[in-house]
Design a protein around this ligand. Structure first.
Ligand SMILES: Nc1ncnc2c1ncn2[C@@H]1O[C@H](COP(=O)(O)OP(=O)(O)OP(=O)(O)O)[C@@H](O)[C@H]1O
Ligand SMILES: [Mg+2]
Length: 233
């Protein structure tokens, strides 16, 4: 029977990087579980493996050993179709450096994940719905006036909000964010945290990576990563 209390479980996660002959052990047995509806911050020093871990949780990379379970079910690294579905529909990923496409305007960047997840015919019939949802998300994030802008015409905080809207486009069950306030001044960063707090209030599960204790304190719970392991949770 699957345990439906947890949305995410990490068990015995090991991850190393091979650099020529040397092996850098980054994660040395990471275990934790995240409940549905939680807002969790993962904190740790630079180089402690936070981004590495977040990529594993979003199935963007594969652990050397250990399992990641989503809604009680092990992520199956061998099934490409299932992995793509998981990455596209179940999780929304906010990258530290936005990863927006400069050729597309703000609204197009946001509805891109919906386009990717549909067949040509499906997109033909559903594109209006997707475009409207993108617009609604952008309005909620205070970007009504920026819908036609290109990413390079935006400030850092505005780009980050576009990246958040894009991550939310397919209504993911889990939002993963890597240093979402890392490049922003404290007032702008605070605005992003308020967005997260509001989302969490409506039931969105969020896992956020940060190296800043003050930012982590805004989450409901802190998981500390040190020496390749979770030192408290
Ligand atoms: N692709 C890679 N190949 C080799 N080493 C890597 C690779 N990616 C990360 N590392 C190394 O693994 C360690 C953990 O990296 P990671 O990016 O997960 O750290 P982090 O906790 O996110 O740090 P930061 O707070 O600076 O973003 C670092 O020492 C880094 O140099
Ligand atoms: Mg990082």
């Amino acid at each position: 029977m699957s345990n439906d209390k947890y949305i995410l479980q990490a068990e015995g996660i090991l991850k190393s990087y091979r650099m020529g002959a040397a092996e850098l052990k980054v994660l040395k047995g990471v275990d934790f579980a995240i409940e549905k509806g939680e807002f969790v911050a993962i904190i740790g020093a630079s180089g402690s493996g936070k981004s590495t871990l977040l990529h594993l949780l979003g199935a963007l990379d594969k652990p050397d050993e250990g399992v990641v379970k989503f809604e009680g079910k092990e992520i199956n690294w061998a099934n490409g179709k299932e992995l793509n579905r998981f990455r596209n529909k179940m999780v929304g990923f906010v990258f530290q450096f936005y990863h927006l496409l400069d050729e597309l305007n703000v609204q197009e960047n946001v509805y891109l994940p919906a386009m990717v997840s549909k067949s040509v015919l499906g997109w033909f019939s559903g594109s209006m719905v997707a475009k409207n949802r993108a617009k609604k998300l952008l309005c909620q994030l205070g970007l009504d006036e920026r819908i036609g802008h290109k990413p390079y015409q935006l400030s850092g905080g505005e780009r980050q909000r576009v990246a958040i809207a894009r991550a939310l486009m397919n209504e993911p069950k889990l939002l993963l964010a890597d240093e979402p306030t890392g490049n922003l001044d404290s007032a702008t960063g605070n605005g992003i945290l308020e967005v997260f707090e509001n989302l969490n209030r409506t039931g969105q599960t969020i896992v956020m990576v940060t190296h800043d204790e003050h930012i982590a304190a805004r989450a409901g719970r802190i998981i500390t990563l040190a020496d390749g392991k979770v030192s408290s949770s």
